[in-house]
Design a protein around this ligand. Structure first.
Ligand code: PMP
Length: 420
């Protein structure tokens, strides 16, 4: 009896998703690919969009389109309100202290470039070090290489263990009196590893070293609280959280953003311009030169609203279940080796099959309607470290089902028959 009650109590607190119902919110999921039902397992590349987002963007252009922060007319006021409400929504999503700590950018890539150029570059000198990890996406490597080349600073790298977990001891050893900045991914896009960023931020802050977190793969799967994390910067992309492409977010602590020079010059980022000199606008506008992606921000606001209505904990629990199921069923297929088996993972299953190139595997799966990603996943240094040219990667979103994992498994069996 007691056990029954415990189970009931557990079920009451465990959030659950009505996946079949929420799939109806995503029009694209109804389409066929090559005559087969689409099984979309490439969510780490980009997520599909719910009707709430598509319709919000359509409505914005149909009823409210105007430029922001400029006109006194009604439409400009509506557009400005929509754009600024999006900022408030993002601040809440990340639990930022203030709305002005949210800068709208094109995506995680632009957010990182902004920090590299406006925060990193002025601080780094010859003899200084910048610390990243080997599991970074190229967008959290190349901007730092560029800044290091321009300043003479050295780029240091934290290695990973064979299972895809970060070598936290090596991280501690590489934090030195020369380290000026740490940039680390919250979740690896190639392996799904969730890094212990809270601990990593604590270790860096113990030495007064600021930390940028690349949250492109975490924001869709993990509840992010920038105040609890204490990170100095946090970057993510709208299109990976069920929002539109071309819009993303840089969170920065107010004191940093205020002290940083602008990244780009133009309209909206100024208070006054004479030919001799310009007085810059306040944050966040100082970093938003030119007409921003207004429809994108409003669409992102709708996406975050949708995600929060569904419940981020419920989404995370559902994806966890799918990942466990896929790990078991894909891992059992003869010749398949899972790449990345860290204890903490989010929504991503990377694997290779003996004797089969991942691209060929991806092509056979595509014929079955199953969309996965194959290649180096913009993480070539990680692939080199693991001694692999490429992997196949299935990545899950809120609308995926166990039946779709079964379709993936069947497709891999078929690829074995066709290709081996
Ligand atoms: N970081 C990580 C971990 C990513 O997975 C990605 C996108 N694949 C990016 C950064 C870059 O995001 P975007 O292309 O949207 O700027």
């Amino acid at each position: 009896m007691k056990r029954g009650n415990e189970i009931l109590a557990l079920e009451a607190i465990r959030p659950s998703l009505d996946v079949e119902r929420l799939r109806e919110d995503f029009p694209i999921l109804r389409r066929k690919v090559g005559g087969k039902s689409l099984v979309y397992l490439d969510n780490a590349a980009t997520t599909q969009k719910p009707r709430a987002v598509i319709e919000t963007i359509r409505r914005y252009y149909a009823t409210s389109n105007a430029n922001v922060h400029r006109g006194v007319h009604t439409l400009s006021d509506r557009a400005t309100r929509g754009y600024e409400e999006a900022r408030v929504r993002v601040a809440r999503f990340l639990n930022a202290r203030e709305d002005r700590e949210i800068v709208f950018v094109r995506g995680a890539t632009e957010a990182i470039n902004l920090v590299a150029q406006s925060f990193g570059r002025p601080r780094l000198r010859r003899g200084d070090e910048m610390l990243i990890t080997v599991m970074e996406h190229h967008s959290n490597i190349v901007p730092w290489q560029m800044v290091c080349a321009a300043t003479g600073a050295a780029l240091k790298v934290v290695p990973v263990h064979g299972d895809g977990e970060l070598d936290i001891v090596a991280y501690g050893e590489r934090l030195s009196h020369r380290t000026r900045l740490v940039a680390v991914t919250h979740v690896s896009n190639a392996l799904g590893t969730v890094n212990p960023i809270r601990e990593m931020i604590g270790m860096a802050h113990g030495r007064n070293i600021p930390v940028l977190v690349d949250g492109a793969q975490a924001a869709p799967h993990v509840k992010v609280d920038v105040r609890e994390l204490g990170c100095d910067f946090y970057a993510f992309s709208g299109h990976k959280v069920y929002g539109p492409t071309g819009i993303g977010v840089l969170y920065g602590k107010r004191e940093h953003l205020e002290a940083m020079p602008p990244y780009q010059g133009g309209g909206d980022m100024i208070l006054r311009v004479t030919i001799e000199r310009t007085t810059y606008n306040e944050i966040p506008y100082k970093f938003e030169a030119g007409t921003p992606n207004i429809a994108g921000a409003i669409g992102l606001c709708a996406a975050l609203g949708y995600l929060d209505d569904i419940g981020r904990e419920a989404v995370a629990a559902h994806e966890r279940e799918l990942l466990d199921y896929a790990t078991e069923t894909v891992g059992e297929i003869p010749g398949v080796r899972l790449v990345g088996t860290a204890r903490e993972k989010a929504g991503i299953l990377s694997f290779v099959m003996e004797g089969v190139h991942p691209h060929d595997l991806g092509t056979v799966l595509d014929h079955e309607g199953v969309a996965i990603r194959t290649g180096h996943h913009c993480a070539m240094p990680l692939m080199d470290a693991l001694g692999l040219p490429a992997t196949a990667r299935a990545s899950f979103g809120m609308y995926n089902t166990r039946a779709e994992v079964d379709a993936l498994v069947e497709g891999i069996w078929k690829a074995r028959e066709v290709l081996l």
